[in-house]
Design a protein around this ligand. Sequence first.
Ligand code: PRX
Length: 696
Amino acid sequence: MAKDKVKESEIAVHWQEEGIIHPKKEFVDQANMADPNVLDRFKAENWPDCYEEYAELLDWDKRWSKTVDTSNPPFYNWWVGGKLNASYNCVDRHLKEHRNKAALIWVPEPEEEAHQVITYQELWVRVNEFAAVLKDECGLKAGDRVTLHMPMVPELPVTMLACARLGVVHSQVFGGFSGEACGDRIVDSESRILITSDTYYRAGKLLNHQEKADIAVKHAESQGNNVDKVLIWRRYPGKVSSNSKMTDGRDFYVDDLLKRKKGARVAPESMDADAPLFLMYTSGTTARPKGCQHSTGGYMSYVAGTTKYYQDVHPEDVYWCFADIGWITGHSYIVYGPLANAATAVVYEGSPAYPDAGRPWRIAEQLGVNIFHTAPTTIRMLRKLGPDEPAKYNFQFKHMTTVGEPIEPEVWRWYYEYIGKGEAVIVDTYWQTETGGFIGTTLPALQPMKPGSCGPGALGMQPVVLNDDGNSVEPGSAGNLCMKNPWPGRMQTIYGDPDRFVETYFGKFAKRDSKKWQDWPYVTGDGGTLSEDGYIRILGRVDDVINVAGHRLGTKELESAALTVEAVGEAAAVPAYDELKGRVPELYISLKPGFDPSGVDVQVKNTIEKMIGPIARPSHIWVTSDLPKTSSGKIMRRVIAAISNFMDPGDTTTLSNPEIVEPITKQVQAAKKAMDAVPEGERKKLELEVQNFGDD
Ligand code: PRX
């Protein structure tokens, strides 16, 4: 990314400052945290010991002797000397009081299939028996990495907790990702075992997922990483529903292996607080995804605390987080946070609007869901498809979360009025794969809601907005959103690449010779503003990452996939405005000499889908004779991003080929007339993203 081209402070905020809305008294009266003193307890002067309040929510085998060791920034160890097990904290310790209470309620996509209620006792049995499989049949032990590539089935949390029981580091790859994408993550995490599923339902179709395992293993092996065993959970145990063939000696059905483990019990491994619990891959500015490594003690304390205080989960609540466990939201706020709090978590297999836009509300009504958690994209979609649907069903939420993207005040209000029925609080939670848990949001009983702003820094967090020189900007001005302090939920490192960790998250502003954590602000990669009252607004990414429907895609990942198509000579990916998904990727390509353009667009779309997954499928492929370049030959993505979004491409005189801009503009904008109007509020956000888009 070119340096110093941002003048964020000159960019106006994107939405009008909104009025504040207070929670209803009924909510405050029952809230887990309604004591205003908590804000004092978590003030900067009480950092880092304030976080003991979170750590004390867990059961420790051995208590820590020091809160945090910051002697080697930016690598910090939380709860030094402490020992615990995550699986024990999510399962075993609840048996005494909640043995017969639902831990998970799994809702299959076909409405005629009954849902499955898994009590804490049943979860404990399943986790133990599967842990025995991992230990005895796969020889796995603490510290080994295992790749999971599973859809939204209850066996996924069972698998994660079985790994955690042994201290095995799980790396779950989003089920919708391709076999190739899974293979790359197997290689990066050096996994020798892959755990997958045979089939699952999505939008009415039973998908063959097992075929992706064959591709993943082959892909990993071509890079020198052999996979010894593939464990396959069956959608219908005992029945074959995928037409993929089993590979002898490598592939095993889990239901077969479990037959030998009836009644097996595996003692939870007592892990050091800083032992890694899992890896979660996310996109960055290079083609290689980053394995964000999360710790056992720090992470567990942070998600237990934020689930209790911010999600306001009590054991008697029915909590439905409508995210995929394959993303960090599902790890933190379906599995580890809720189960650490003895909650009942709903896991839904399928598409939000299948078979119609009333489905989520039927589920909510039937299960008595009272806490609901989803992304703005889903809210926009449900609003578009069935604005009057929520009113037809008899459910009442006390609390609703939004996550993953900025939510427009207009959509926020629909969420509040129609889904929350004017009663539920909305908690807009800002965070990232890297942060482990919420970092900017409102404590629902104590801090009022403000549509369009996620809220102040979460308890203990010290957010700051810096300009490109590293100085704080005036309240209300935009800049690089950073977090001054370390916190327990933050990732420990990028697996296998500590240098990249330092560069990506601290490189911009760190005083590299300093050993003081104060000199190492965490750079979120988001543009944002902090208003006088301390509320944060997120303006979007300021790096080469596109946030599609709350999921991050690196431009380089898209481009390198496109470049595998033989005809493609050059490729550049940019974000374009989309009414439902926020952003969608568009690709500009130029062809190698002598290649025929016909059909290349479809080929590129299909290749990207095959290599990464359907969420990465570009909305448009623009085949152009050349791409705008600097005199040193770098593609000016900023210029084409402006073209895609009907914005002024700015000064193009420094380009080596300025004459190309006009014909590309005509070509693209004539074809896209339909989306001519990017709404005014969106335009400001886009301007910031586009200005920052990298050239190379
Ligand atoms: O740009 C921010 C946006 O999503 C990015 C993180 O993406 P990911 O690691 O996939 O995690 C998504 C779920 C935690 C951020 O850098 N983002 C996340 N939450 C919000 C948001 N933007 C605005 N408002 C939010 N509440």
